[in-house]
Design a binder for this molecule. Structure first.
Ligand SMILES: Nc1ncnc2c1ncn2[C@@H]1O[C@H](COP(=O)(O)OP(=O)(O)OP(=O)(O)O)[C@@H](O)[C@H]1O
Ligand SMILES: O=C(O)[C@H](O)CO
Length: 524
């Protein structure tokens, strides 16, 4: 943990000064090692999506009238404001809410990851901590992002607070990624352990977050609008920091304040798809059968306002600004990077090759028409709704300067081995293999993949960065990359390779807007 925390204070680094490539600042920009620039960009990107600034942008209070403004809606406060929250970024969100709302806040309960207060304290980020005699009660739980007894206790306290509210009250709900594991309230007779097992199995078999959360909603008292129902007739305002591609409010933290539109058939399809239907515990079958015959039909959430206050796109916009300040031509490719990690790695490998060839001077490697076609085919197969590939390649062609291509999202890993890793470390290692397959010409290339929450899978690292030489250097160190990949053991690999120098450590960052991917190309 000591190692994990040492980098976080650097997030507070002063903003970068613009540097022109080839101009007076060029020596500084080019002289800084590529790896150092990549790490710095990652840390500064996270610094831009910490919860405080995003809360301040979404909320404002008129102290004289007690009018609370949330975007363009107003609410009258008169000792009637309550707060609940669950998610990896919720401690900082709650601290900002407490700061903004002061004496109006009557009571609150939040459920946050185990160790987050100690991590934030160590990093010196006092503004992300609640006040000493706060009216907000904090529960820490869900170690390794799995529901546990502690998060169950938190969920019950949150439910109780919501159920006691009246029509005069306003409930502020703070929601961020990781919220599903931090708000477990299985419908009896389903037990916490059964829910844990089912979630783990679905995740390990590569279920998407949409699929996973459809199942979670069907088995929960609070997800899929359950919390909003518990709070009725109070008014509910949910402030949501998105960690899901496309920012779908019904999926983020399993939509506790959004009516679920799924039925039992949807659940059975998902369970079938991952070969889990036959082995379902009796309790799960009972709950699904009961839901099927619910005479009330779907519930509505007319008393709720759901507002997205921050997302991956915001992080990428900041990363782009900072990369340009470092002297790069920077382009955001997509904030919706999804799909199997192998296909995503193939895409980045081809992208590096094609973009690198466009960057090299005439007489250099040259662009292979075949590879450019393959790149477009691979991009089409990934079906990314917002992909700016053509635009990015246009920028690269005219650039004659270092390039930084930025993307974000959440690829999926289908676990086959029992090793230790995470999707960012796995993506980085797979991209390294792609980059190492053929020479790239006179261009330095670095690829970085990192989770903005600072925890990649059940590891203490946030992600990793790689260069084309990695695979051959690993072989020289006696490490066989293919074996580590086959066992999903990428953390062990990076831990051993060059003494862990390629791992990114930020500690728990207190925010969570999915992963970011940076591809740097610097002509030599
Ligand atoms: N050994 C491994 N190698 C690669 N990926 C792994 C490994 N073990 C777990 N994972 C992946 O890590 C993911 C869980 O990571 P993590 O706990 O960081 O969740 P998350 O998706 O960031 O959580 P949230 O969206 O709730 O914030 C799962 O998708 C799982 O497939
Ligand atoms: O908590 C969850 O369900 C995931 O992080 C998606 O929001």
């Amino acid at each position: 943990m000591a190692v994990a925390l040492q980098v976080l204070p650097r997030l507070a680094r002063a903003p970068l000064r613009p540097l022109l490539w080839g101009g007076p600042g060029a020596r500084l920009a080019s002289g800084m090692a590529l790896a150092e620039q990549a790490r710095m960009l990652f840390e500064n990107t996270i610094g831009a999506v910490l919860p405080g600034p995003m809360m301040h942008r979404a909320l404002s209070l008129d102290p004289s009238s007690g009018q609370l403004k949330v975007r363009d809606r107003s609410f009258q406060l008169r000792q009637n404001l309550y707060l609940v929250g669950f998610g990896k970024a919720v401690l900082g969100m709650a601290a900002a809410a407490e700061e903004l709302l002061g004496q109006h806040l009557v009571q609150g309960v939040i459920s946050v990851p185990k160790g987050i207060r100690a991590a934030v304290e160590c990093s010196g980020k006092q503004e992300m901590l609640l006040k000493p005699h706060s009216r907000v009660q904090v529960f820490e739980g869900a170690e390794d992002n799995l529901p546990d007894r502690d998060s169950l206790r938190a969920a019950l306290a949150i439910r109780q607070l919501a159920e006691e509210l009246t029509a005069d009250d306003l409930l502020l709900v703070l929601i961020s990624g990781g919220g599903s594991a931090l708000l477990p309230a299985p419908i009896p007779p389903v037990t916490l352990e059964e829910k844990q097992t089912l979630t783990k199995l679905l995740a390990a078999r590569g279920a998407t977050i949409q699929e996973l959360n459809t199942i979670r909603k069907a088995l929960s008292q609070l997800k899929g609008g359950g919390l909003a129902r518990a709070a009725y007739p109070a008014q509910v305002v949910s402030l949501i920091l998105s960690d899901v591609v496309g920012d779908p409010v019904e999926v983020i933290a399993s939509g506790p304040t959004v009516a679920s539109i799924h039925n039992v058939q949807d659940c059975l399809h998902i369970l079938n798809r991952y070969g889990l239907r036959a082995a379902l515990p009796r309790s799960v079958k009972t709950v699904l059968a009961r839901a099927d015959s619910d005479p009330h039909g779907p519930h509505t959430c007319g008393h709720v306002l759901n507002v997205i206050i921050g997302s991956n796109a915001l992080a990428l916009a900041e990363a782009r600004r900072q990369a340009e300040a470092l002297g790069y031509r920077a382009v955001v490719l997509s904030a919706a990077m999804q799909g199997d990690v192998k296909s995503v790695a193939t895409f980045y490998g081809l992208l590096a090759r094609v973009a690198g060839a466009h960057l090299t001077p005439p007489g250099g490697a040259g662009v292979s028409v075949e590879e450019e076609e393959q790149l477009h085919e691979q991009a089409a197969a990934l079906q990314l709704p917002d992909l700016q590939l053509k635009e990015a390649l246009e920028v690269v062609k005219g650039a004659q300067s270092p390039i930084c291509l930025l993307a974000g999202g959440e690829p999926t890993v289908q676990l086959q081995g029992s090793g230790k890793g995470g999707r960012n470390q796995e993506l980085a290692l797979r991209v390294a293999v792609e980059l190492g397959q053929r020479p790239l010409g006179p261009v330095d290339v670095l690829f970085l993949s990192g989770g903005t929450d600072g925890r990649d899978g059940p590891t203490e690292a946030a992600g990793a960065w790689v260069m084309p030489e990695l695979a051959s250097q690993a072989t020289a160190e006696g490490l066989d990359v293919a074996t580590f990949l086959a066992h999903n053991d990428t953390h062990t690999f990076f831990h051993r390779f060059q003494g862990g120098a390629h791992l990114l450590y930020t500690g728990l960052t207190g925010t969570n807007v999915m992963d970011v991917h940076f591809l740097f190309l610097r002509p030599r």
